[in-house]
Design a protein around this ligand. Structure first.
Ligand SMILES: Cc1cc2nc3c(=O)[nH]c(=O)nc-3n(C[C@H](O)[C@H](O)[C@H](O)COP(=O)(O)O)c2cc1C
Length: 402
């Protein structure tokens, strides 16, 4: 069966809702066009965050690196600048005591009236971890993550003082801790190694992926949900991440995509020494990035609109796979992932602020419209059948690869 004769009935895996995530940019510098900055350009940051609110985004990630701005402080600023956007705080367990992290996150949750989310980063590079004095192996880092998360939750939920004597933490007579605004704070885990799955299966409320081909994401979702079932826990919400490249038509979007890939490759080449220093080695140690590079080595285009040349051009660091096409094609491609059960969709462009505004105007409403139609009728709308992208017979001409 091809997508053109896909039934109107929805697959059993389809998520009924989808929420949108961005990544918080602090200044106008981008991977396409580097610009010198002291770090936070307040008017830009304010505008970026407000454009997320106006565009109907639900979350924004405050990422973490050893040289980055502090995500807790930025999360407080996001909460103050918006009414609805939920700050997702990237937390590396090596950077502080879990009960201190619990208290900071609960504070953010109260000051934002229940909007805090935590994204636990176990660390994908030994060299990067060593910059903050963390010398554990990756498997040990994930074991520490598991203990860290269980202590976060005890800090939020336990109603009596407790003591703890574990592998990584010893605590006497703590609590009860400072409570979140609501019942709890969602805990997300990012990672694709076996250890990430093991810990995520037992502990995560949300499990996050970079944008991979549909068949691979389907297998990953099945794997993490089977681990949740085995642990007797609710199945995780699934977060997938893309860097969409959109234009008025598919044809224009592909022209733009090739221009972007050339610029990204040139800028990556120019910044190669700095990137290698950051990674600590030639190729990435984290499995998510290794997978992105492997997909890129096998094919340029997957499924309806997934493009890997951006991953190849940037060495697979961070979110690097694109969705290319008109807003309709990209929205249809996002729905392909929603059909697999992904209900948290991270979309962040290469032209950061303009893209955030454009996605809010042209992509997010199409996905929401389709989901509203499904809710009312129990059937698929026509968007996916009408905008075939790379499934279409004319695709080689459209993408200029005939
Ligand atoms: C959606 C998403 C967001 C991420 N954000 C960060 C981040 O802000 N900082 C960071 O160091 N790693 C980040 N990572 C990377 C992984 O969490 C990290 O490399 C992982 O701990 C180890 O990777 P592995 O299990 O795939 O080998 C992110 C990963 C994903 C999927």
């Amino acid at each position: 069966m091809t997508v053109t004769d896909a039934p109107a009935a929805l697959p059993a895996t389809a998520a009924r809702t989808a929420e949108f995530i961005s990544l918080t940019h602090l200044n106008p510098s981008t991977e396409l066009q580097h610009q010198a900055s002291r770090g936070i350009d307040l008017p830009y940051f304010r505008r970026y965050v407000r454009s997320l609110e106006d565009g109907g985004y639900d979350y924004t990630l405050l990422p973490y690196a050893s040289v980055s701005a502090d995500p807790y402080v930025l999360g407080g600023a996001v909460a103050a600048l918006t009414e609805n956007v939920k700050p997702i705080i990237a937390v590396r367990p090596n950077l502080g005591h879990p009960l201190v992290a619990a208290q900071k996150l609960a504070t953010l949750d109260q000051v934002s009236e229940g909007r805090a989310v935590v994204h636990i980063i176990s660390g994908g590079s030994d060299a990067e971890q060593a910059r903050h004095g963390d010398y554990l192996s990756k498997d040990e880092r994930y074991a520490r993550t598991e203990e860290f998360i269980s202590l976060l939750r005890r800090g939020w939920h336990d109603t009596e003082p407790f003591s703890h004597d574990g592998t990584y933490y010893k605590i006497d007579d703590f609590g009860p801790g400072f409570r979140p605004y609501g019942d709890t704070i969602p805990v997300s885990i990012g990672g694709s190694s076996d250890a990430a799955f093991e810990v995520g299966g037992r502990q995560a409320d949300i499990f996050s992926f970079w944008g991979e081909p549909l068949a691979d994401i389907a297998a990953q979702i099945e794997r993490i949900h089977a681990l949740a079932d085995a642990a007797g826990r609710p199945r995780q919400r699934i977060w997938v991440t893309f860097r969409p490249i959109i234009a008025e038509t598919d044809e224009l979007a592909w022209q733009k995509a090739y221009r972007y890939a050339d610029r990204l490759a040139a800028n990556t080449q120019a910044g190669k020494a700095a990137i290698q220093r950051f990674l600590g080695q030639e190729s990435p140690q984290n499995v998510g990035a290794q997978r992105a590079l492997e997909f890129a080595s096998r094919a340029d285009v997957y499924d309806r609109a997934l493009w890997t040349r951006t991953a190849a051009a940037t060495g697979g660091t961070g979110a690097s796979t694109a969705l290319v096409g008109s807003p309709e094609t990209v929205a249809a491609a996002i729905l392909d992932y929603v059909d697999l059960g992904a209900d948290l969709v991270s979309i962040r462009g290469y032209d950061t602020l303009n893209d955030a505004i454009d996605y809010g105007r042209y992509v997010i409403p199409l996905v929401k419209q389709e989901l509203a139609h499904r809710e009312q009728t129990g059937q698929r709308g026509t968007l996916q059948a009408d905008h075939l992208g790379a499934y279409g017979a004319d695709f080689p001409q459209v993408a200029g690869i005939a």
